[in-house]
Design a protein around this ligand. Structure first.
Ligand code: MN3
Length: 238
């Protein structure tokens, strides 16, 4: 086919249109892992977390972890068939060619799936066995918040601050770099906050401490109570 001016213009228009598409629309890949829909509207946490941050964080960042993970495992059916928590607990058994990619993106998928779940409007307060465990293991709710915020502030670069839970219900404050998670050590995460700049930069810029403080306003303690019961029952997957 001869290239004429009309063909070249059409090609240029196609390239321009593709370049203008959101990243997640171009990167859609099929695979065993899927992006869980947000269980609430993106604007429900205003002004604590702005709607644009929620949208980009979920639709683009989390989608990218899912897409990258699906791409990494597509030639490894044994890995693709494994539950996410099992992949994370067996990272050192992963094929070396995909181990780092799987670590970062399976971790990112797990961490963000947890993150959306432990936030919500009208999330209540810690009650019952959860309240008792926080009092027993973390010095009470106010002390937990203070220690959690301090730990989150001290994460250098990108990472997470979390509370993990053992099968017998003991709670521990933890931090992890990048997209690492205590699931990699066979533990379970009760809840955690994302301190990557993408989680807060549009509203808070460099003020991570303000974001950490405001985040408690959007925590879903009712859901965390359910996760605590599930962790003790051995049924909490992610
Ligand atoms: Mn994030």
């Amino acid at each position: 086919m001869a290239l004429n001016r009309r063909t070249l213009l059409a090609a240029a228009a196609t390239i321009a249109a593709t370049a203008g598409l959101p990243r997640f629309a171009r990167a859609q890949a099929t695979g065993p892992f899927t992006l869980p829909p947000l269980p609430y509207a993106t604007n429900v946490f205003e002004p604590n977390i702005d709607a644009k941050t929620m949208e980009i964080h979920h639709d683009r960042h989390h989608q990218a972890y899912v897409t990258n993970l699906n791409n990494a495992v597509k030639d490894y059916p044994n890995v693709a068939a494994m539950p996410l928590q099992e992949i994370l607990a067996k990272l050192n058994e992963m094929p070396e060619a995909i181990r780092t990619t799987v670590r970062n993106n399976a971790g990112g998928h797990a961490n963000h799936s947890m993150f959306w779940e432990v936030m919500g409007p009208n999330g209540g307060e810690p009650e019952g066995e959860l309240f008792a465990a926080i009092t027993r293991d973390l010095g009470g709710v106010d002390t937990l918040k203070s220690r959690f915020n301090d730990a989150g502030l001290k994460v250098f670069g990108s990472g997470w601050v979390m509370v993990s839970v053992t099968p017998d219900g003991k709670l521990t404050l933890e931090t992890r770099p990048n997209q690492d998670t205590p699931i990699m050590e066979g533990k379970r995460v009760l809840f955690g906050n994302d301190v990557w700049e993408h989680a807060y930069y549009l509203t808070y810029q460099n003020r991570r401490a303000d974001y950490l403080k405001a985040w408690w306003n959007v925590v879903n303690w009712n859901k965390i109570g359910e996760r605590y019961a599930a962790a003790k029952a051995g049924t909490l997957a992610i």
